[in-house]
Design a protein around this ligand. Structure first.
Ligand code: NDP
Ligand code: F7E
Length: 324
C-alpha cells in the first residue's frame, strides 16, 4: 500500500522529468504541461542521454532531482518493426524502464507515470479488454517481446509501491496518432503509414494503393493530445497499483480506417490488401470504464483528429523523423 496519497493538483513549480520528450507522446505531454503553467520541465534527447546507459541515467536523475517523472521513452514501432526486431524491443525497453525507475527510486521521486501499451493483453482477450485480463492468456506473437517488457514495467511500478510506498502509476494507451508521429513506411504504426501512403498517392495521381494484411483487424485510435490530457488527469486524480487503460472505447476495422484516411487526403483510387503482411491481433478494444470512473473521457473524434494530423503531416513534409 502507498503512504496515504491524496489526489491533488501537480505543483506547477516542481521539477518534472519527461523521459522521451521529443517523441510523439512525450512532446504532447510537454506541450500540455507548459500550457498549464509548469515552469520546470526537464528532458534530454537520446543523443545526449542514452537511457540504456545506467550510470548516465543515475547521474542525470541525481543532477535534476525531479519530483515527478513521466516515462514516455521507449523503443516504439508498428507491427512489422516489432515482428522483425523482437530482441531490440525486449532488451532496450527493459533497460530503459529499469534504469529510469531505479534512478527515480534512488531520488525518492514522488509521482511517476509509466506508459505501457494495450498489446500487454492476451491476443484473444474478451472485448472490450478489461484491466483484469492481464496475464490471463497467450500474447500476440508479432509483439510478444515488447509486451513482456511493458508487463515487466507494470510489475516494477507495483513492486515499488509495495516495497517502498511510493504512489507510482501505470497507464496502458491504445494505438495513438497525431502530430510528431513516426511516418517511416516500414517502422511506423498503421495510421501514420496510411496518411503517408494515401497522401503520396493523391499527389502522384496513382490509381491504387496497397495496404498490409487483410484489412479486417479492428483497432481503436486515440489522438495524442487526448493521451497527454489523460496522463495529467491520472497523475492528479488516480492512485492504485493496477494499470489504467487509456482509449476512446470505440474501434473500427483497418479497412474502415483506410477509407477515412483516403477521404481525409482526397485520394479517390482503389485500395488493395497484401495478405502476405501480418494482421496481428484480430481486435484490440479497451474497456475504459476505470478511466471514466477516475473522471476522464476522450474529446477528439477520429475524423477531426485525422484531418488535423493530415494537415500537420502536409505542413511538415520532408522534415519528419523516421524511426526505422
Ligand atoms: N505510438 C503509439 O501508438 C503508442 C505508444 N505507446 C507508448 O507511449 C510511449 C511513447 O511512445 P511514442 O511517443 O509514440 O514513441 P516515439 O518513438 O515517438 O518516442 C519515443 C521516445 O523515446 C526516446 N528514446 C528511445 N530510446 C531511447 C534511449 N535509448 N535513450 C533515450 N531516449 C530514448 C526517443 O528519444 P529521441 O527522440 O531523443 O531519440 C523518443 O523521444 C512509449 O512508452 C510507447 O510504448 C503505447 C501505445 C501506443
Ligand atoms: C500500438 C501497438 O502497435 C502494434 O500493434 P498493431 O496495432 O498490430 O500495429 P500497427 O499499427 O502496425 O498495425 C495495425 C494493423 O494495421 C495493418 N496495416 C495496414 N497497412 C499498414 C501499414 O502500412 N503499416 C502498418 N504498420 N500497419 C498496417 C496491420 O497489418 C495491422 O493489422 C504493435 O507494435 C504493438 O506493440 C503496439 O503496442
Amino acid at each position: 500500500m502507498t503512504d496515504g496519497f491524496t489526489p491533488q493538483p501537480l505543483d506547477r513549480e516542481a521539477t518534472t522529468y519527461i523521459a522521451g520528450h521529443r517523441g510523439m507522446v512525450g512532446s504532447a505531454i510537454w506541450r500540455a504541461m507548459e500550457g498549464r503553467g509548469h515552469r520546470s520541465l526537464v528532458g534530454a534527447a537520446s543523443s545526449d542521454l542514452d537511457l540504456t546507459d545506467r550510470g548516465a541515467v543515475f547521474d542525470f536523475m541525481a543532477q535534476h532531482k525531479p519530483r515527478y517523472v513521466v516515462l514516455a521513452a521507449a523503443k516504439v514501432g508498428g507491427i512489422l518493426a516489432n515482428n522483425t526486431y523482437p530482441h531490440d524491443f525486449l532488451s532496450k525497453n527493459l533497460q530503459i524502464q529499469v534504469n529510469v525507475m531505479d534512478a527515480a527510486l534512488e531520488q525518492g521521486v514522488e509521482r511517476l507515470l509509466f506508459l505501457g501499451s494495450s498489446c500487454i493483453y492476451p491476443k484473444l482477450a474478451e472485448q472490450p479488454i478489461h484491466e483484469d485480463s492481464l496475464l490471463t492468456g497467450h500474447l500476440e506473437p508479432t509483439n510478444d517481446a515488447y509486451a513482456i517488457a511493458k508487463i515487466a514495467g507494470i510489475l516494477q511500478v507495483q513492486a515499488t509501491r509495495r516495497q517502498h510506498g511510493l504512489p507510482w502509476i501505470s497507464a496502458m494507451p491504445t494505438n495513438l496518432y497525431g502530430p510528431g508521429d513516426n511516418f517511416s513506411p516500414t517502422g511506423s504504426h498503421v495510421l501514420p503509414a496510411l496518411i503517408r501512403r494515401y497522401d503520396e498517392a493523391q499527389r502522384d495521381e496513382l490509381d491504387s494503393v496497397t495496404n498490409w494484411g487483410s484489412g479486417t483487424p479492428r483497432r481503436e485510435f486515440l489522438h495524442v493530445d487526448d493521451m497527454a490530457d489523460a496522463c495529467l488527469h491520472l497523475l492528479e486524480h488516480y492512485d492504485g497499483p493496477q494499470q489504467v487503460n487509456v482509449g476512446t472505447g470505440k474501434d473500427a476495422t483497418i479497412a474502415e480506417i483506410a477509407g477515412l484516411v483516403a477521404e481525409a487526403t482526397g485520394f479517390q483510387g482503389e485500395t488493395h490488401w497484401d495478405t502476405s503482411k501480418p494482421d496481428g491481433t484480430p481486435q484490440k478494444l479497451l474497456d475504459v470504464s476505470k478511466l471514466a470512473e477516475a473522471g476522464w473521457t476522450s474529446r477528439i473524434g477520429l475524423r477531426e483528429g485525422l484531418a488535423a494530423t493530415v494537415e500537420w503531416y502536409r505542413e511538415h513534409g520532408d522534415s519528419l523523423r523516421e524511426v526505422g
